[in-house]
Design a protein around this ligand. Structure first.
Ligand code: FE2
Length: 311
């Protein structure tokens, strides 16, 4: 497991490293700066005249949740958001004809217990692969404002090769989309939606907290265990993340190893091609639809999946 800073490595070689647990950190480029600028502009508009990082001092959590429920989708589906991601991917050596991305998410982590469920969910330690992400998915993460060690995200490298008992066998992405996602803003003080969580104590240390600035972006595999750092600062953290897959790896089912994921359904339906925003071919999505990728990657979960699919 290595951490590469501004590496000139080719994208093919970089993905291999990412599938082996490495992390890639990139300095600001034109697309990443524009994406952050757009996100900050939209955020500052809705919280005017307050500083978005101190909004918890001026508004009740319920009102902030209502505002975020409008702001976040606006950013996610903004035509410029996609444009700036395309620009960023091109600048960072990705082949846009074969790189597919999903729409960017805006995340918030408020200080203390102010608001940490629903629309501002404070993520417990998880792998995205517990949430039906394919093992070739690569996550891209960037802060919108300067962050520090008290209001960032953490990666827990111990679990790259150590399985963790978890609830992913109960998770199906299609079912989640139908039943739970739309209600995020209603969960202000607690979140009753069933999500795949660790089912045994997690040793959070050692952990990486990459402290970077707006415009910086880092990449890590969807199979990395990661979590929201409890925000003990007095500033709300705003960040952006999105995900990519590469067509060659989708077809060949190349990616990180699966050591403990057993979910069904797939997020493959979400990715858009870097050139024209078209979806992946249906035959490629079908390779991931029934959970056989997790079986393929980890024969130990085969029985679990077979039972899940059968029931
Ligand atoms: Fe995640």
């Amino acid at each position: 497991m290595n951490i590469f800073i501004d590496s000139p490595m080719s994208n093919d070689a970089r993905r291999k490293e990412l599938y082996a647990g490495s992390i890639f950190f990139h300095k600001p480029c034109s697309g990443s700066i524009k994406l952050c600028d757009l996100a900050r502009k939209l955020t500052e508009e809705v919280f005017k005249p307050f500083d978005p990082r101190k909004i918890q001092e001026s508004m009740p959590a319920e009102r902030v949740a209502e505002i975020l429920a409008v702001l976040k989708p606006k950013f996610i589906h903004h035509v410029k958001s996609k444009e700036f991601i395309q620009e960023m991917l091109g600048e960072l050596g990705c082949d846009l004809g074969k790189t597919y991305f999903d729409v960017p998410r805006m995340r918030t982590a408020f200080p203390g217990d102010y608001l940490k469920s629903g629309i501002a969910y404070a993520f417990h330690p998880h792998r995205d692969t517990w949430y039906s992400a394919p093992f070739c998915q690569i996550n891209w993460w960037m802060p919108m404002y300067p962050i520090n060690a008290e209001n960032c995200m953490a990666i827990h490298p111990r679990y790259w090769s150590q399985p963790l008992r978890n609830g992913s066998s109960q998770y199906n992405y299609y079912k989640w989309n139908l039943e739970s996602r739309q209600t995020a803003a209603q969960h202000v003080k607690s979140d009753t939606r069933i999500q795949p969580k660790p089912e045994e104590p997690v040793e959070l240390d050692p952990q990486f907290r990459l402290i970077c600035k707006p415009g910086d972006v880092y990449q890590f595999s969807a199979a990395q265990l990661h979590s929201t750092v409890p925000n003990t600062s007095d500033l709300t953290r705003y960040s952006i993340d999105f995900r990519t897959v590469h067509l060659d790896d989708v077809w060949s089912r190349t990616g990180a190893p699966n050591i403990d994921s057993a979910c069904t359904g797939t997020t493959m339906v979400d990715y858009l091609r870097g050139t024209d925003l078209s979806h992946l071919p249906p035959e490629a999505i079908a390779l991931y639809e029934d959970g056989t990728e997790t079986v393929y990657k980890n024969p130990a979960t085969a029985q679990v999946i077979t039972n899940e699919v059968a029931s």
